[in-house]
Design a protein around this ligand. Structure first.
Ligand code: PXP
Length: 238
């Protein structure tokens, strides 16, 4: 199975919002990522709008040629935005105001009816749905009950402890379990050129969402080279 590389452009917007200026433009960056071989673009419209803005999502959906994945919290405000803008895919993520980045996967055991209803609404609008979850057997199993098309396995623990075989083991097992439950398997968070190989080697995984390292490396080598380097590292690992 081909492994898609979807680039999360949030931190291009972080840099712009640091000055509340109009550069750098995340839409222009997303176009360059597409031209450099990205298979899709991802952006997280946070409730506090700390980086990506509504107009960025709107603009990207107008100009991008590849699928667009909107990361968002499961709230009425965000559901209405998704239903209006119609991204190709929505990834539901947990969100806390005080966090620096998404810290853990969704707690699919709490208020599952809310998630089931949101997934049904998104599906009715023709949007593919994914749930960002930790690679924990009970969580993966519960995710399958909720009716999403995919899960995105949280790779943060592996990224922080890549030398602990339990962390990659949990991702391998989670991917196997999800595929057996007929879920498409995505993964992301904290992945870099250095650590992506072992994740790319998990055959059930079909999509990676990678952001911070791409934008970080872009400062030194340009965003197109940054995307290409990640693609090479993924292909080598696969
Ligand atoms: N996937 C999800 C659900 C995320 O919330 C994030 C971070 O916004 C990523 C992937 C990308 O993580 P990183 O920026 O560390 O590559």
């Amino acid at each position: 199975m081909f492994l898609r590389l979807c680039i999360n452009i949030d931190h291009v917007a972080t840099l712009r919002q640091a000055r509340k200026a109009d550069e750098p433009d995340p839409i222009a960056a997303a176009r360059l990522c597409e031209e450099a071989g990205a298979d899709g673009i991802t952006a997280h419209l946070r409730e506090d709008r700390r980086h990506v803005q509504d107009a960025d999502v709107d603009g990207m959906l107008r100009v991008l040629k590849k699928p667009f994945n909107l990361e968002m919290a499961c709230t009425e405000e965000m559901l209405l935005i998704a239903e209006r803008l119609l991204p190709h895919q929505v990834t539901l993520v947990p969100e806390k105001r005080e966090e620096i980045t998404t810290e853990g996967g969704l707690d699919v055991t709490r208020e599952p009816e809310e998630l089931t209803a949101a997934i049904a609404r998104l599906k009715k609008a023709g949007i593919r749905t994914s749930l960002f979850v930790d690679p924990v057997p009970m969580i993966v199993e519960r995710s399958a009950w909720l009716g999403a098309d995919a899960i995105e396995l949280h790779t943060g623990t592996y990224a922080h402890h890549p030398d602990d075989p339990r962390t990659i083991g949990a991702l391998r097992e989670g991917a196997r379990q999800a595929a057996a439950l007929h879920l498409a398997v995505h993964a992301g968070h904290g992945l870099t050129v250095k650590n992506v190989g072992l994740v790319a080697a998990i055959v059930e995984i079909e999509e990676l969402n990678i952001g911070h390292t791409i934008v970080s490396n872009a400062i030194f080598e340009g965003i197109a080279n940054s995307v290409r380097a990640m693609r090479r590292a993924m292909d080598a690992g696969r």
